[in-house]
Design a protein around this ligand. Sequence first.
Ligand code: CS2
Length: 492
Amino acid sequence: MKGTRLTSLDGLPQTIARPGYTPHEHGAGIVHIGLGAFHKAHQAVYTDTALAIAGGDWRIIGASLRGTAAAEAMNPQNGLYTLLERDTDGTKARIIGAISHVIAASRDRSALVAALVAPSTRIVSMTVTEKAYGILRSGKLDLTHPAITHDLANPHEPVGLIGYLVLALNQRRLASTAPFTVLCCDNLPDNGLLVKAGVLEFADRMDTGLSRWISDHVTFPSTMVDRITPAATSRTTEDAFSLTGFVDQAAEETEPFSQWVIEDKFCNGRPAWDKAGAILANDVRPYEHMKLRMLNGTHSMLAYSGFLSGKATVREVMADPHLARLVERHLTAASATLHPLRGVDFARYAEALKMRFANPAIAHETYQIAMDGTQKLPQRLLIPCLETLQRQGDIAPFAFTVAAWMRYCLGRKDDGTPYALRDPREGELSACLADAGEDAALIVDALLRLPNLFPPALAASDNFRTAVTSRLSLMLERKMSAAIQAELERPV
Ligand code: CS2
């Protein structure tokens, strides 16, 4: 695209929202690891608003552990980027100034370590996706995870998140620098506790004094994060250009809705995120359960069944009456697993989710949501399913989703078109399915036996196995569209 690159706030049309502060006058106080679309549409926006309201040296240094694309897009623009909010009323653009610059750690490890160790860094936050932590649901380190094995063997040259955190915290301890808060913003239950467990075990393997120091001084608040943010496309860049008049290689697009619930447990200060609309709570868990089970669980259901029945986007799923009914059914089943949450009506939350999913201005790909199933299923579907089974509720909605995921694991559509599973356990999945062919019972058997995936009590349940197998048989024999319709006709 030809035109002037976005590098400053000068020359923007008056109608475009922009930082209500002068970005370069504020120092950085946060290092964010995993600088992707979601962070740019979520935490960076809350921070941008908080800086405008309350000031402070709280800008964000972004970091990518693997790629260099974010640094290459953002640094020539002095960290500025356009965020498009899309809705039926149209598209609005806002320029965000909260990010100062981005470090590509794969080519500049020492720059990331220096940023993490700097006394001015008081919060280290992250969105690295479920698969990057290398921490099992039990809280134990996954000693088969490539980054964990590498970093335990080379603690001074980390490549993974936990390795970086522990190295930096150790250097801060040795230099008598105050610690930073570790703020996990990935869709994992009890995400603060999980990262804490991983960091402490890693540190303990290095030096028990270090793990004690971390345990005494570092806080790990849990958070619930929510904003539907599809991957940017060339249309994002084009629309940013037509609204602002500037070429922006780092533009993102998102929905109007945004929610952030944060456990208020910061060991070294925080921006005024509460003034920017975040909810600071004592207990985030009920919000996390609601969002992971209702929004994300339903997302996974509609992603597998939608993708395999030819729906490329969530809005197409919602426009299909059969799938829309399955969405409704899943939302109800997921909400039945929740404890009441004061001030929140789950039925209204479900209605709002349906509207958000149906947003015709957002093209959120089912294939994007389908990725990393092995990392997403437990918290979104398997644990709620087990709880439903234990209270003798109806597991059909969960069994349908698990069957659809298993069908997806075969890696080819009903017409035979192959696709990549895009799952970190893809090799293992293909290997365990190699001899199962098209036999639903064999497929279910093989997948239920995968280590560290299905809760043992669920894998051992005959009810669950039968419910999944009968659905998967139908998906294989009569194709996904027919299986969707049949699912709605099943007697409850
Ligand atoms: C989605 C989430 O890709 C996925 O798995 O379910 O990214 C979802 O869009 C966000 O959690 C919404 O906040």
